[in-house]
Design a binder for this molecule. Structure first.
Ligand SMILES: [Zn+2]
Length: 164
């Protein structure tokens, strides 16, 4: 899905976790939002990848888009590393990454950045390279832009508003 939708879905996860630990609300929200776009560090065409283009170009060259950074092992390693710094922030970062993987697993696109079927994520990489997912939502299509994005944005905003 598009970066803005990933951010909105990350915000949904973030506000729920922030509600559990209001004193850590700000770092938890920040971590959930960063986690939500972190897997797309594997393409210089993404929100994050554009800003870190030397890194994203290198990661794209090594793994390809929707490669290793879209796997369970990436989720576990990043969360475990952050756990050494802060457990609540690590959980939020992991939750953000999880929303990204889930959203990409049900969305598909076209062009060289996607696989032949254009859908899914290689969840079990590097054990299995095969991508699994469903062709439910077209990337940047009407379902994403007119339903999922507005719903997630409004949901996160109204829940976040109550936390302030
Ligand atoms: Zn992605």
């Amino acid at each position: 899905m598009m970066g803005r939708t990933h951010l909105a879905l990350g915000a949904v996860a973030g506000v729920h976790l922030a509600a559990l630990s209001p004193r850590m609300g700000l770092p938890i929200m920040a971590a959930a939002l960063i986690g939500a776009i972190l897997p797309d560090v594997d393409t210089p065409y993404s929100k994050l990848g554009r800003r870190l283009w030397p890194l994203s170009t290198l990661v794209l060259w090594i793994f390809g888009h929707r490669g290793g950074t879209h796997s369970a092992v990436f989720l576990v390693i990043v969360t475990a590393l952050m756990w050494m710094v802060s457990a609540p922030v690590a959980l939020a970062l992991g939750a953000g990454i999880a929303t990204h993987l889930a959203a990409d697993a049900i969305s598909f696109g076209h062009g060289t950045r996607f696989t032949a079927r254009g859908a899914g994520v290689p969840l079990w990489w590097p054990l299995a390279e095969r991508k699994s997912g469903l062709r439910l939502v077209k990337v940047n299509g009407p379902l994403e832009n007119l339903v999922i994005l507005p719903w997630a944005t409004l949901y996160a905003a109204q829940l976040g508003w109550r936390l302030l």
